[in-house]
Write a protein that binds this ligand. Structure first.
Ligand code: AMP
Length: 481
């Protein structure tokens, strides 16, 4: 059992051993035979992916055989507003990126899209990457010995430099060679001066979908909401190990399957927390999965209560599902401040204590004196759940029954989700009964891994944070089940 010190040490701490490389991001790329308003379309698409990263954003546009890039710190609309000459960003191709960074690595040279230039200072290659490589350090050292110069500290630059290094082989071969060298999670969109491409790692860990633009041309994006935002129709998900490429001379797009064992292992946490509820990944609706998880946790851990509330945003569909099968009324008793995009900078402990209600505030009349089931998508460090319990107790709630609709998170993610080191993962340090006591609640339950797999319809997902076994990892090639 961890002491209160454990909590004191870890509250508000947001760091990970992978600070310099770990990212959750949103990517988008679109390409058309004709010039289209790539400025507006990328703005719409990236805005729909804002939840995947609020630190910075950027685009590279292809126009008349030339590429132009802009990337800045800030939210999508602020960055686009800072562009004084939108017409220069209207061409026939664009790639874009919304960046989420963990602490300590916000330097502009790590913003994306990355690009490589020729000796005439012209951009010849640009990429945007979502995911995390596990052998970036070795590959970087190898290439540095060969004289390749790196400008950033991000693993994504390794992908750029590898493709660049192999470009003489032709684009398809350069990408294939790169895919076979890099290991980990990578969904990538990119462009040369006349071609657009997209590819996905051999386990399809981070999402990537293809859609068709109404004016002709294709779009690739991290989530279907970005296709909706640009008015595209969903066609399919990019397959694990697949390269998509297109240029303005040939209609449609070509596809190439790089030969390496490919399995579908989409990150299950995309459904649990990360993706927007109105997104579908691999034809499965995120909202549907969240509702189902609420239904399942009721079957798994029923309880007598007066009402059920969900922690906004991702806990709410689960609470609705729980309510539907249990008959316990759902109440929207926790209100989230919509304008929270980033964490507060709060230097003193005294002020940190006051942050509690800024993000989530209760409607006291709804819950005072009641037996409440509260559902959150996950418990990571335990900070949020501790705060929530404090808020509910202060409202005079009679009983608190906490439900997490993900299994206990016991292992850090190497593949692109920002989970902290093992020491800071509360379920890696306490069992459910210890955690129940630590949180000070009447009951606590986590969705089981078996039930999560059942809801997802298969075990073809990455469950690494719940099992410590990853489709690819520095130390293990173990299977999940
Ligand atoms: P914690 O306070 O560390 O236990 O975090 C749990 C809360 O953070 C839950 O309410 C989740 O919705 C949210 N959450 C889960 N995973 C992440 C993540 N990777 N990044 C940011 N927030 C997260």
């Amino acid at each position: 059992m961890q002491s209160t010190d454990f909590y004191q040490r870890n509250i508000f701490k947001k760091e990970s051993p992978f600070d310099s490389i770990q990212e959750e991001c949103g990517i988008l790329g679109l390409f058309s035979d004709e010039n289209v308003d790539t400025f507006s379309l990328s703005q719409f698409g990236l805005f729909a992916l804002q939840h995947r990263g609020q630190e910075a954003c950027g685009i590279t546009v292809m126009k008349d055989g030339k590429m132009i890039n802009i990337k800045e710190e800030g939210l999508v609309l602020d960055v686009f507003r800072s562009i004084e000459n939108p017409e220069e960003f209207m061409g026939n191709g664009v790639i874009g990126h919304t960046r989420y960074t963990t602490a300590g690595d916000k330097k502009k040279f790590n913003f994306q899209p990355f690009f490589a230039k020729n000796e005439y200072d012209q951009i010849i290659l640009s990429i945007a990457h979502n995911g995390n490589l596990i052998n970036a350090k070795e590959l970087k050292e190898e290439m540095e010995k060969e004289g390749v110069v790196f400008r950033a500290t991000s693993d994504s630059e390794v992908i750029l430099r590898l493709i660049q290094k192999n470009l003489d082989l032709g684009l398809r071969a350069a990408i294939s060679a790169t895919m076979l060298k890099i290991q980990g999670a990578f969904s990538v969109v990119g462009m040369t001066r006349n071609k657009f491409f997209a590819f996905r790692d051999f386990n399809g860990i981070r999402p990537l979908l293809i859609g068709r633009l109404p004016e002709g041309g294709i779009v690739c994006a991290s989530e279907s909401v970005a296709l909706d935002a640009v008015g595209a129709t969903y066609e399919r998900d990019v397959l694990p190990g697949e390269i998509i490429f297109t240029n303005s001379r040939e209609p449609g797009y070509q596809t190439f399957q790089v030969e390496a064992p490919s399995k579908q292992r989409l990150c299950s946490f995309e459904y649990i927390y990360f993706s927007r509820p109105d997104t579908s990944l691999e034809k499965i609706s995120v909202h549907h999965i969240r509702e189902k998880s609420g239904e399942k946790i009721w079957e798994q851990a029923p309880v007598e209560a007066d009402l059920v509330i969900g922690v906004p945003d991702s806990g709410v569909p689960a609470a609705i599902g729980f309510s539907r099968v249990s008959g316990i009324p759902f109440r929207q008793a926790l209100i989230k401040n919509r304008y929270i995009a980033r964490s507060f900078i709060v230097p003193s402990q005294e002020m940190r204590e006051r942050v509690v209600n800024l993000k989530l505030n209760p409607i006291v009349e709804e819950i005072r004196g009641k037996r409440v089931v509260i559902i959150d998508d996950s418990i990571v460090r335990g900070t949020t759940s501790r705060r929530l319990v404090k808020i509910l107790r202060e409202c005079g709630v009679k009983e608190i029954h906490f439900r997490s609709v993900s299994p206990p998170i016991i292992a850090p993610c190497f593949l692109g989700i920002d989970t902290p080191r093992k020491d800071d993962l509360i379920s890696a340090n306490m069992n459910t009964e210890q955690l129940r006591e630590y949180l000070g609640v009447e009951s606590l339950a986590f969705l089981s891994l078996e039930n999560l797999a059942e809801i997802l319809g298969s075990t073809n997902h990455c469950f690494g944070c719940f099992t410590g076994k990853y489709p690819v990892s520095p130390n293990s090639e173990e299977e999940i089940f």
